[in-house]
Design a protein around this ligand. Structure first.
Ligand code: PNW
Length: 456
């Protein structure tokens, strides 16, 4: 399988998951500092205080990327490094880190893909209501402008939000992520304000001359249990309705407003029954509908559902009453997530049909496995198989006509896996947290060859 000539190969990370140095150079506190330091929220009491110490080791890490031949590196900027309280003048020492990182990347011939928000909201803004407060959207747009002002001369590719579904529904809905609130109504409000923030920021970036603007979503094809292994299976009417509703709640909730300027009925109905729709103001959809160049897709697994009469909505899924989230008949990763490679092509083809005027990029895909280091090597055949299987589906989606521009593996490094802490390893590069020694796993060496030959 040969990939298109200009296909962009890369890897992704996020600030809180790798940087450490949480008190350095004037960085303010984020909701993830607060959350991870509160007992019971993160496995083994892990925090991002040190993480991969990337803040001090970024030169070595860029050297690894160069060794792998990456054309692109997606990272995120920590808002509280730039604006410690989430508002006001920029903290020059915080911005200077990203300045150095970007220069190092460009020197190595690697295109920086900059994500503005990968979940580390300044705690000072959370104290005023966080994403449930409309004002946070305006603060986010100001922050976007501040970052672009400093880096826009060298960074071409910008992403506003990473996975607003996770930020809203795990952060404010079921409380598994920071800030740990548990309110379906708050989650729906947060989701909307995240979208308003996206639209306002996209407009500011455009105005400032940003080269390319992207919204990154976590998305999954929504399937019935039978469809997991048989794409042709025809679901019963009630199951098909459950599939459509969950697709609306997961993916269309974000992409329909952003790309088409309208909310799905299912989302309006969910809001109606959870706190109301009073936060949806006239003009918001026009703001959210700011033109974007790319949709970033983070894919890990399909979402499997069926009708289950009488069931209450899952805490993270307001609007999912009478729907059962079912296990998939498939092998799983160390996260317990089912491995269904052709879910990726099914998803990409669907999105390219639903949003035909916007390009697509796989901005995250990868897997956690229980890696072992043997004689200074990590023989992660399971991860190689996962990536190979998913890349084949990337190729198939392109053959089927999807306008897919690139693929970024999650993740470059083993890192702080949110509520799972350091016990789950997603990297193609192994990190020994005691010594900070990095070792290229077999998957990294394999990926290097894919990139070098542009074929599978
Ligand atoms: C994404 N879910 O998170 C994030 O963008 C990464 O920061 C993260 O490390 C990676 O995927 C692996 O988890 C998700 O529960 C976390 O549906 C949770 C979910 C989805 C994505």
């Amino acid at each position: 399988m040969i990939f298109p000539e200009k296909f962009v190969w890369g890897a992704a990370t996020a600030a809180y998951q790798i940087e450490g140095a949480v008190k350095e150079d004037g960085r303010g506190q984020s909701i993830w500092d607060t959350f991870s330091h509160s007992p019971g929220n993160v496995a083994d009491g892990d925090t991002g205080d040190v993480a991969c110490d990337h803040y001090h080791r970024y030169r070595d890490d860029v050297a690894l990327m160069r060794e792998l031949g990456l054309a692109a590196y997606r990272f995120s900027v920590a808002w509280p490094r730039v604006q410690p309280d989430g508002r006001g003048p920029a903290n020059p020492r915080g911005l200077a880190f990203y300045d150095r990182l970007v220069d190092e990347l460009l020197e190595a011939g690697i295109a920086p893909y900059l994500t503005l928000y990968h979940w580390d909201l300044p705690q000072a803004l959370e104290d005023r209501g966080g994403w449930t407060d409309r004002d946070t959207a305006f603060r986010f747009a100001d922050y976007a402008a501040v970052v672009h002002d400093r880096l826009g001369d060298r960074v071409h590719d910008w992403a506003t939000l990473n996975e607003p579904w996770v930020a809203a529904f795990l952060g404010y809905g079921n409380g598994v992520h920071a800030p740990g609130r548990r309110s379906p109504a708050d989650a729906l409000r947060a989701a909307h304000h995240l979208l308003v923030g996206h639209g306002l920021a996209a407009a500011r970036l455009r105005e400032a001359g940003a080269g390319s603007i992207m919204l990154v979503v976590n998305s999954s094809p929504v399937l019935t249990p039978a469809q997991v292994n048989d794409p042709a299976a025809v679901p019963a009417e009630a199951d098909a309705a459950a599939v459509d509703r969950v697709h609306a709640l997961l993916t269309r909730q974000f992409l329909d407003p952003a790309v088409h300027g309208r909310y799905p009925e299912e989302v309006l109905a969910a809001a109606g029954r959870n706190g109301g729709t009073g936060h949806l103001l006239d003009g918001d959809l026009e703001v959210i509908n700011a033109p974007i160049d790319l949709i970033g897709i983070n894919y890990y697994n399909p979402c499997v559902v069926e009708a289950g009469p009488g069931l209450p909505a899952d805490a993270a899924w307001p609007g999912s009453e009478d729907i059962r989230f079912a296990p998939a008949d498939a092998p799983v990763t160390a996260m317990g997530w089912p491995i269904v490679p052709d879910g990726l092509s099914r998803l990409l083809v669907r999105l390219s049909q639903d949003y035909p005027d916007v390009g697509l990029m796989v901005t995250e895909n990868g897997a956690a496995f229980d890696d072992v280091v043997e004689d200074g090597r990590v023989h992660d055949a399971d991860r190689v198989a996962y990536l190979r299987g998913h890349l084949r589906e990337v190729g198939r989606a392109i053959e089927a006509g999807a306008d897919l521009r690139g693929y970024l593996v999650w993740s470059l490094l083993d890192n702080f896996e949110w509520a799972e802490g350091y016990r789950r390893r997603f990297g193609i590069v192994h990190v020994d947290y005691a010594t900070q020694v990095r070792v290229l796993k077999d998957s990294a060496l394999w990926y290097r060859d894919v990139i070098a030959t542009n074929r599978l």
